[in-house]
Write a protein that binds this ligand. Structure first.
Ligand SMILES: Cc1cc2nc3c(=O)[nH]c(=O)nc-3n(C[C@H](O)[C@H](O)[C@H](O)COP(=O)(O)O)c2cc1C
Length: 364
């Protein structure tokens, strides 16, 4: 569906990095879900650049809800959220207009849109569009929280420095969602920031791994074969520019284990609740949640727009050339992308719950 995702609840994205605005349309949400403008602003602020480890393009994200919300609640009709672009410097892109930034979507966009694409600031492929995803998340994440389902991400590793894994999921997620730089280990966090600043000072960029958890998701959610829980989360997460890999639970580490080690053994606790002793499968069996926390890691590449001279092509002239990028770019995408991943995860979960139990499921 190109720019739309979801079945029962859909999210449609529109806009370009340097156009008048970007935005999202959310359709299929039940009426009566509370919409808190401050919560949306808070999520947007988690994605906003901090000036230190991110791009110099700071947008105020003064969003407007054009439709679908009345007296602070969803009406059940499409919600259109529009976010004006206010801080563009399109001149930065004039000189490199026909030169493909290595690792970015300039060349592939040209192949697909035949030169009619808006190339300013990466156009429709810009990370700027993820603000609209986060604004939607500002409605969806709190709606799930009212059902006690919590979602949060932290930077698991960056520049060879590692954070600890999730331990106490409820507390960990609540803590993360108040942190601009999402890590549990503050010392590791400072070292990661130093690595980002070092890359930035060298005109370079750095990538890493984000780890996301969904806590309190009931067992039984997921629609195999093709709309398995892993499949839908992966589909949504791979829509985010810069994401290049995903693993659930122990993921690629399972390749080194025996079945007897990898199997998550089932037990019943004193309250009669079924759980597993380990969580190598990341809370999913057969594409369906098993009631354990759903845990996945995604690798985000180093930002492609770096300030070192690079070899490329001028795809209009059909010539080899060099490129020197001058615009404003994130030296690392991870600190800003985490709330984008959370928002898309919330969309997948809302959609699956609405599909299985009806769209009114999310109504408090
Ligand atoms: C929050 C966020 C911010 C981003 N910032 C930049 C940036 O400043 N410069 C850049 O070249 N790419 C940035 N990206 C990544 C590009 O959008 C992405 O690399 C591009 O669309 C190509 O997609 P691909 O890397 O998945 O192939 C950002 C992505 C996200 C999610």
């Amino acid at each position: 569906m190109k720019n739309s995702f979801g079945n029962s609840i859909t999210l449609t994205l529109f806009g370009e990095s340097h156009g008048t605005s970007i935005g999202a349309v959310i359709d299929g949400l039940s009426p009566g879900i509370s919409v808190d403008y401050e919560a949306i602003s808070r999520y947007l602020s988690l994605r906003r650049p901090d000036g230190e480890t991110s791009t110099g393009r700071v947008e105020k994200d003064e969003f407007v809800i054009e439709s679908g919300v009345f007296n602070g609640y969803t009406t059940g009709t499409p919600i259109c959220i529009r976010i004006p672009n206010q801080n563009t410097q399109s001149g930065d892109y004039t000189e490199i207009k026909n030169k493909a930034r290595p690792g970015h979507a300039d060349y592939t966009a040209y192949c697909k849109y035949h030169g009619f694409e808006d190339c300013r600031g990466g156009g429709h492929f810009s990370g700027r569009l993820t603000a609209a995803i986060v604004a939607a998340g500002g409605i969806l994440i709190p709606a799930l929280e009212k059902k006690h389902i919590l979602i949060g991400s932290h930077i698991l590793s960056l520049g060879g420095i590692s954070d600890r894994n999730f331990e106490n999921y409820g507390e960990d997620i609540k803590g993360l969602n108040n942190e601009k730089f999402p890590v549990f280990d503050k010392t590791a966090g400072e070292q990661m920031k130093d690595e980002i600043k070092k890359a930035k000072a060298e005109g370079d960029s750095i990538g890493g791994i984000l780890q996301t958890a969904i806590f309190n998701l009931p067992a039984g959610v997921g629609e195999p074969w093709f709309d398995s829980l892993e499949g839908l989360i992966s589909h949504a997460v791979f829509s985010v520019g810069g994401v290049k890999g995903i693993e659930f639970g122990t993921g690629f580490g399972l390749a080194k284990m025996k079945g007897s080690e990898a199997n998550d053994k089932f037990r019943i606790d004193e309250k009669g609740k079924i759980h597993t002793l380990t969580n190598h499968s990341g809370g999913i069996n057969g594409g369906i949640s098993n009631g354990m926390p759903v845990v996945f890691n995604c690798v985000i590449k180093p930002t492609s727009s770096v300030y070192k001279v690079q070899q490329t092509v001028d795809f209009i002239k059909g010539q080899n050339c060099d490129i020197e990028i001058k615009g404003r770019h994130d030296p690392c995408i991870l600190p800003r992308a985490r709330v984008v991943i959370d928002s898309l995860t919330a969309l997948v979960i809302c959609d699956l719950l609405a599909g299985r139990y009806g769209t009114d499921y999310l109504k408090p």
